[in-house]
Design a protein around this ligand. Sequence first.
Ligand code: PLP
Length: 439
Amino acid sequence: MTRILHRAIRTALPVAVGGRGVELFDADGNAYIDASGGAAVSCLGHGHPDVLASMHAQIDRLAYAHTGFFTSEAAEELADRLIAEAPAGLSHAYLVCGGSEAIEAALKMARQYFVEKGEPQRRHIIARRQSYHGNTLGALAAGGNEWRRAQFKPLLIETHHIDPCYAYRLQDGSESDEAYAARAAQQLEDKILELGAGEVIAFVAETVVGATSGAVPPVADYFKRIRAICDRYGVLLILDEVMCGMGRTGTLHACEQEGVAPDIMTLAKGLGGGYQPIGAVLLSRNIFEAFANGSGFFQHGHTYMGHPMAAAAALAVQEVVRRDNLLGNVVAMGDLLEHRLLDRFGNHHHVGDIRGRGLFRGIELVADRATKQPFGPDLKLNARIKKETMARGLMVYPMGGTIDGRLGDHVLLAPPFIVEREDIDRIVDRLGAAIDAAI
Ligand code: PLP
């Protein structure tokens, strides 16, 4: 009998004992193609020898030194690399242990920035419905997934939510992309004016929405309009690229494809590829200077932040991604994956939408393709798909999200950047068989 409080208490989990390339192995000898990289984490696959060598070298030198006393070579080098490749204006990196921690730090950084600037009246955070920013209380407050938030609401700081940019569900049939982008972004301006211009700290959004909606990219110009509205009211733009960042969509940062740069950006998952827990917050020079010229202190910190082992692992992962031109492979294999998904599911009665970028793809499952009617929660479709895919040696990330209080279902695919053509074929074949068995 296990003594671990697992996420799902009544489900017996297979025991993972090894991993090599795109596959994971369990104690019963089963192999699984990791077509979701866990939850869009394992960008280099498993057991990459160069990353392991770098981790070994680091642990031989230094495993840990508290960041209240020391910095480390690995952490400094990683910050240098992240900033050298960061969107314009981002000048410093704050290293943490994962995505939720990154969001917590980003929210506190944004609030402290305005306190340092003498604008303590700024107190509101605006985010989007159908979003996920992490499971700690601050990150959960920012998130807009009611299923995750409901029972914790009395403990959550007050945040305000507008609609996501979600063309499949929220764009009117007759509406152009341009008109929809304008309408969706206008919600932000309306919300800022409702709360009081000059009282809003930040707007938080995933550049390409991951866990709650299944790889939903924005329509063209949406983020340009969002950036302009933030600038108009002095509101900070926080882009959460914990899941969609670090190459997942084919460019290092997903916001490059939108032509915008945030004031604060959060990263995790693909940063360390799962070899170590690590996240980062990249912040603008303005924010850094407000701290440097003000209190001289960021009022935050965790015991394991800037961990040398995590930094060494992330550096090695990022080195391999560049050296082996894996972003090129993300684009090529991402295109192939899209084509294969369209071939297999393009006319499927229960597939309403196929979307995404690079190796970040989602399909939305519906009871009726013509009406877009979701299945609803009673079918427990995500659990069924997980069971059927695992039985076929495939890991995908199936989720139910909330759409106007109803549940919608999708499957997220985020295979490692080293994936090859035959892997893509095997992934789509197995997924097709699993979905047909589950519905
Ligand atoms: N932000 C986004 C967009 C995420 O997808 C996630 C996790 O899925 C998080 C934040 C939280 O990251 P973590 O699970 O590392 O705390």
